[in-house]
Design a protein around this ligand. Structure first.
Ligand code: ATP
Ligand code: MG
Length: 638
């Protein structure tokens, strides 16, 4: 905390001061990363309270991520008495809007439950049988429905209700299915008492639209509205804010169009770029000095983002004359990459860097796991999001591990039960085998081949797998996994299953490769399984016991790192398919570059989180496949 305190006492730049003092009417602060936008927002808030005598209850301060909201509250708590800091209306859109809804419509919102994840929505649809209700919808694959749900969410954020959405011309299959499912989805939620995140936004907008008395009370009470990270606002949020800020329009919006990274949620940088059209009387202030990053890091960021077409050109000077440190390193694979990152982090810590000033930022969670494991082996505490799905709980991984367990202990009935579907053996057949095994008093695996009424292919599959498992016990674990996947046909099964359920998405194959890569570090199956058990246990602890704030390395997705800063930033996996992500490359192949520009903005956000050093890993191989360095590397001027 001391570390932070110093930095906030530096004098404001004249442009920053001007922004702080401009308190009447609409104000746009448009500036690059690290230029002190958020600092201006907090300075402006405390100026309104301390110098102009406003009550904190009059000021609404909004941002986009919980982390950023915490950071702002934390900064303000240093500048204001605790009581006042608490009274501010500050937080994310969702938290502020949800509180309003609970207050005004408790009977509606208190009783309902929140659908947090896409798969929950998918289940709701399936259970309500909506997918089969309509001849046109018919039974659908999980991934098709997931894609359609993403479209529905985007529409809701654009305030397109089912009827209007249904009238639009659909651009692709996902949109066509979304048009069909949307009314059923809304109906299913209403009937079963669920709501989703988007409903909070729509609910709040409609609350204010349909209740002029409530709106008026808010308009009178809240005299100043400030929104950080305004580049990520979407239509429904913007419309609600406009209602609240009227009629005085003391609305201050702050952002950087180069950091717009929530396109998939309907956010649109056009709102920040078009703000002065909506509010012609708005004043615009730009900030041109980057106070955060050392000059070489600022240089990399600007060189990269200059490759985007759709952007507002801005200047950026580096406040610091030192260069800082930038590294590119090319490890053999993701495991070596993890080892090097963790070595470097322990080195920094030994040199005196506070642990909380090191951050590993990743594009997708696959990149995080090897690093988390190494950190944990090295005994370095870290902050890790509760929301990430556990690697070892994924179905593919559980199957592969169950096979390994069986190779050590043919009697492990839990493991055997787990793998039955992969051998096309049903629950009833399994029960019969179990009773037989109890009768004969032998391991289950031994009675299986004798089940004469089974189909020949099932008996054959079992015989093969029994032999393979026997051979596995004496192999090193990576080789055992290869045997199970190839000769044991697990790979064929997974491929087939993915085709049926997932439209052939290849996630399973990466998961297997990851597991095999981890197995390579162990000599015996037993040793590897013990290691996994430890990891599963540890993962549970990672989630339950987080270090105190600032006392662990931050391991987070780039999306969650927005607005934050760290002394040393590590970016693993700067390879094609990871960053830029495969989705974006797909879109480029279809002639659409917008997604690629968003990936570039993501990397720009990641680079500009660093104060002193930036280390970029480019593994030559990832999950057993050769890689190509990200196209962004050369665009960074390296
Ligand atoms: P981002 O776009 O990443 O959200 P930002 O524009 O919000 O960045 P801040 O987080 O407000 O930038 O500031 C970046 C860093 O620069 C902070 O550590 C802040 O304390 C420091 N800083 C801001 N203004 C000044 C100044 N005038 N003098 C010295 N340091 C400053
Ligand atoms: Mg900021």
């Amino acid at each position: 905390i001391e570390h932070l305190a110093e930095r906030h006492d530096e004098p404001l730049h004249p442009h920053q001061r001007e922004a702080m003092l401009t308190t009447d009417g609409p104000l746009l602060i448009l500036a690059g990363a690290g230029s002190g936008k958020t600092r201006v927002m907090t300075a402006r808030t405390s100026h309104l309270i301390r110098e102009l005598g406003l009550s904190p209850r009059q000021i609404m301060v909004v941002t986009f991520t919980t982390k950023a909201a915490e950071e702002i509250k934390h900064r303000l708590a240093r500048q204001l008495p605790a009581q006042q800091a608490r009274e501010l209306v500050a937080g994310t859109f969702h938290s502020i809007f949800y509180r309003m809804l609970l207050f005004h419509q408790p009977e509606r919102w208190d009783q309902q439950r929140l659908l947090k994840k896409d798969w929950q929505k998918w289940r709701l649809l399936r259970e309500s049988n909506a997918m089969n209700m309509h001849a046109e919808i018919g039974p659908r694959k999980e991934n098709e429905v997931m894609d359609a749900l993403a479209v529905i969410s985007r529409w809701k954020n654009e305030y397109l209700l089912p009827q209007q959405a249904g009238l639009r011309e659909a651009n692709d299959d996902a949109e066509r299915l979304a048009q069909l499912l949307y009314p059923y989805y809304e109906e299913a939620k209403r009937r079963t008492g669920w709501f989703d995140f988007d409903d909070m936004l729509i609910g709040c907008y409609e609350l204010l639209r349909h209740h002029p008395d409530i709106l008026q009370r808010y308009q009178e009470r809240i005299t100043h509205v400030m929104i950080d990270e305004f580049q990520d606002i979407n239509r429904i949020q913007y419309e609600t804010v406009k209602l609240l800020a009227a009629p005085q329009n003391n609305l201050c919006v702050i952002g950087d169009d180069d950091q717009s990274i929530y396109g998939f949620r309907g956010s649109d940088p056009q709102y920040i770029l078009g703000f002065t059209k909506d509010f012609p009387q708005a004043k615009t202030i730009t900030l041109e000095v980057n106070y955060r990053s050392r000059s070489a890091i600022v240089g990399l960021g600007f060189s990269l983002i200059g490759h985007n077409r759709a952007r507002w050109q801005k200047d950026c000077l580096s406040f610091h004359s030192e260069e800082g440190e930038t590294y590119l390193f090319e490890p053999d694979d993701e495991e070596e990459q993890a080892a090097r990152i963790v070595d470097e982090i322990s080195h920094r810590i030994r040199e005196g860097t506070p642990v909380g000033e090191c951050a590993v930022l990743y594009r997708t969670n696959e990149s995080a796991r090897p690093i988390l494991e190494r950190l944990s082996e090295a005994g370095i505490p870290f902050h890790y999001s509760q929301e990430e799905e556990s690697f070892y709980q994924r179905q593919t991984v559980r199957w592969a591990l169950a096979y390994l367990r069986l190779s050590l202990d043919p009697d492990d009935s839990a493991a055997l039960k787990e793998i039955l579907p992969t051998l096309y053996i049903s629950q009833e057949m399994w029960n019969a085998v179990r009773s037989q095994a109890i009768l004969e008093d032998v391991p289950i695996l031994h009675v299986l081949p004798g089940m004469n009424h089974w189909k020949p292919f099932q008996r054959k599959a079992l015989k093969t797998i029994t032999e393979i498992l026997a051979a596995c016990a004496s192999c090193p674990p990576a080789q055992a996994l290869e045997l199970i996947c190839e000769d044991g046909k697990l790979r064929d099964y997974l491929k087939k299953r993915a085709k049926e359920r997932d439209g052939g998405r290849e996630r399973w194959s990466e998961e297997l490769q990851q597991l095999i890569a981890a197995a390579k570090r162990h000599d015996s199956v037993g040793g590897f399984l013990q290691y996994i058990d430890r990891m599963v246990q540890q993962e549970k602890e990672w989630r339950e016991v987080q270090p105190l704030p600032g006392e662990g390395v931050h391991v987070l997705s780039i999306h969650r790192a927005k607005g934050l800063e760290f002394d040393h930033v590590f970016l693993p996996d700067l390879v094609e398919g990871s960053l830029p992500h495969e989705y974006a490359l797909d879109a480029v192949r279809k002639g659409n570059n917008a997604a690629l520009e968003e990936e570039r903005r993501l990397l720009y956000v990641a680079i500009t989180r660093a104060r002193y050093s930036l280390s970029v890993g480019i593994p030559r191989e990832r999950f057993g496949r050769k890689t190509r360095p990200s196209r962004f590397i050369s665009e960074m001027g390296r």
